[in-house]
Design a protein around this ligand. Structure first.
Ligand code: C2O
Ligand code: CU
Length: 674
């Protein structure tokens, strides 16, 4: 059984420190003790947040020493006591209470005369504070640097001799002058062309049949984004690359030619294809390679290079593959296949990449311009009552999104490689890099419905949570009613027919001991003093997900030369590419992913396995109640995620973090299926 955060701490368990609150008895109270587990709500995502981005935890209280005859109530309040919620009545033993959705909170247990009280009126017996209350502003004098500067000071910053332009920073963040002076220790790189390059076009849809052959060319293009023009990469001159639409069971060939001035490749993310065509090996400059693809599973997949994704994918090398199930019925009026990306653009243009090694090696490169299918400002016009099926793919380097259409109802239908056992209403979709989700959204009122990413960023220096809201686009709903009206079908939560009911037998693995354990951690050397020091202060608390680039300078200046992200097998002590795991074909294997709390900088990691599929069994010991086949899973900071690998596809494959800068900083291993 997977340990829970309030179990006695073990090195391979979830972080006690981040997910368990020790309650403290009030003065004069003796013999009473307790803990509150901040449990991860069971699915569908490995991290739960509200539509506006507040973390959501289910408090599970364990209490001892209460008088059995008396009434005790648990409460949660914000630190300023301006909001109070009644979590419910508690007693000795374990009680699961209603969810808490505050950034920072206190938990109080009071002794009451009546179970019906609306606010604490009796004596407070026990209290505790959420781990998120721990960060506080450091003594800035310690840095002997005077007062903190604000990001506005950056406007006057001069371009310096390093050759790097300034990175844009989120407004309102405070930073130290020594932080603002940081620069990456690598050579800036952006593609250049001697001759004029063609203007990129929006992507086309290629409907492919069994036996078809298609050409894909990686080449330079000119793209205009928000009025600025850049030299970028493309497949076939398009953004994103062509959408390949095929039927399940089809086999096609892709003749690929590399016209870039660096080697590249195409990896077919999530597809259980033949090992030789997985696209991990580079195709040299001016070389060609023919990939043979087969599509055993319906779902939404994507393709991208497997060399310096931090550069190549960010510059536009990505496209979707929609594998249709010929028999499937869709109760939607239309479909939208959306690839989401955030691009980092400064005043003088794209912020260059690190030539020898990636910049942004700590947290990955967060962009400041949101692109939907390669363009800012996504627009869609629909009629009243329309049900739109959105196929979402996050092609960002590092940003996890929390997407919603406020005012429109959203139903979660499928994950990476197939439908959920049960459809579910969701208020938002949490989608990490490389993940895909399929949602049906009904627009039943006329008006404008923005597609927003709403998250809570952590201002690490001041320990504040700040709301970050990005509008990716707008759906305009006309007053005219749509026909046919799928309202009735939309209102029902369906269970897809077998074979998906066939997931049931896999449930018994939830209680099994893991076959393999993998620790996700970090090593650093030679980071600047200010970075080291700030990160030590910061390590007092890590949010489950780093949602925004709220340490922009420090992160930018950290390169793969100073930062090594590590996958460690605790059974052998081996790390990254020294690990070669073996799995027997057809034997499901349980893998425990442990995101180590003690890491210098805690962060979530979207972990991806090539050529196979898996189920997410549990998060911090809480079983998942709605299974779906996936190929990428987000492991929150300090958390333990159990997956069940369906090892069916023979060959030698990779497992890695899909944050492009983490992958380029070592975070990968090999496994074989024989
Ligand atoms: Cu989408 Cu190995 O990657
Ligand atoms: Cu990572």
């Amino acid at each position: 059984m997977g340990g829970r955060p309030c179990d006695p701490p073990t090195p391979l368990g979830p972080s006690h420190d981040l997910y368990c609150i020790e309650l403290v008895a009030a003065p004069g109270i003796n013999g009473v003790s307790g803990r509150v587990e901040l449990a991860s709500p069971p699915g569908p995502f490995t991290v739960a947040v509200t539509a506006d981005g507040h973390a959501r935890f289910i408090p599970v209280v364990h209490l001892r020493g209460l008088a059995p005859s008396r009434t005790y109530i648990a409460w949660a309040t914000t630190p300023q006591m301006d909001s109070l919620i009644r979590l419910g009545a508690v007693k000795n033993g374990r009680v699961t209470l209603r969810p808490i959705e505050f950034d920072k909170f206190n938990i109080l247990i009071s002794a009451e005369r009546s179970a019906r009280v609306r606010e604490p009126s009796g004596r407070i017996i026990l209290r505790g504070q959420s781990p998120s209350t721990r960060p506080f502003p450091p003594d800035l004098m310690e840095f002997s640097l005077g007062a903190a500067g604000s990001s506005h000071a950056m406007d006057q910053a001069e371009p310096d001799s390093s050759g790097w332009p300034m990175v844009p920073t989120p407004p309102g963040l405070m930073m130290l002058p020594s932080e603002m002076a940081l620069r990456p220790d690598v050579t800036p790189f952006l593609p250049t062309a001697e001759t004029p390059v063609p203007k990129a076009e929006p992507h086309e849809v290629l409907f492919l049949k069994d036996g078809d052959i298609v050409d894909l060319d990686a080449e330079l293009v000119r793209r205009t984004i928000d009025g600025q023009s850049f030299t970028m990469y493309s497949y076939n001159g398009q953004y994103p690359g062509p959408l390949l639409e095929v039927s399940r069971g089809a086999e096609i060939m892709v003749r690929f030619t590399n016209h870039l001035s660096d080697s590249t490749s195409i990896h077919w993310h999530g597809i259980r294809l033949e090992n030789a065509f997985d696209g991990v090996d580079g195709v040299g400059v001016s070389d060609a390679f023919t990939y043979k693809l087969r599509f055993p599973d319906a779902g939404i997949y994507w393709y991208h290079p497997h060399i310096r994704e931090d550069i190549q994918q960010a510059l536009g090398l990505y496209g979707n593959i929609l594998v249709r199930d010929p028999g499937a019925k869709t109760f939607a009026n239309r479909e939208q296949i959306l690839m989401l990306q955030d691009l980092l653009i400064g005043d003088p243009g794209l912020i260059p990449f690190g030539q020898e090694s990636p910049t942004h090696a700590l947290m990955g490169r967060f962009g400041n311009v949101f692109l939907v299918n390669g363009e800012p400002g996504y627009r869609l016009a629909v009629r009243r009552g329309e049900v739109v099926r959105f196929y979402l793919t996050n092609a960002s380097s590092t940003r996890t999104l929390n997407l919603s259409f406020p005012g429109a109802r959203m139903k979660l239908v499928a994950a990476d490689a197939g439908p959920f056992e049960r459809e579910a209403w969701v208020e938002s979709v949490v989608i990490a890099p490389a993940e895909r989700y399929v949602v049906d959204v009904r627009f039943d009122r006329a008006g404008a419905f923005p597609l927003v990413n709403q998250v809570r960023g952590l201002d690490h220096l001041f320990g504040r949570f700040i709301p970050l809201v990005d509008t990716l686009g707008v759906v305009t709903v006309s007053p005219r009613r749509v026909s046919p009206d799928f309202g009735a079908a939309f209102a029902a939560l369906r269970r897809p027919p077998p074979p998906f009911a066939a997931l049931e037998p896999y449930r018994r693995y939830i209680d099994r001991a893991p076959d393999k354990t993998l620790v996700l951690t970090l090593q650093t050397h030679g980071l600047p003093f200010v970075t080291e020091r700030l990160m030590q202060l910061d390590s007092i608390y890590f949010a489950p997900v780093e949602w925004g680039g709220t340490m922009p300078m420090m992160n930018w200046a950290s390169t793969g030369r100073q930062v090594r992200w590590v996958l460690k097998d605790p059974a052998t002590g081996r790390e990254n590419m020294d690990i070669v795991w073996h799995f027997r074909r057809g034997a499901p294997a349980k893998i425990r992913l442990v995101n180590e709390r003690r890491a210098f900088h805690g962060m979530q990691h979207p972990i991806h396995l090539h050529g196979q599929r898996f189920l997410v069994l549990a998060v911090n010991g809480v079983p998942n109640e709605d299974l779906a086949w996936k190929d990428t899973v987000l492991v929150p900071a300090g958390a333990v995620v159990d997956i069940l690998l369906d090892a069916q596809n023979p060959g030698e494959w990779m497992l890695h973090c899909h944050i492009a800068e983490h992958l380029s900083s070592g975070m990968m291993l090999h496994f074989t299926v024989d």
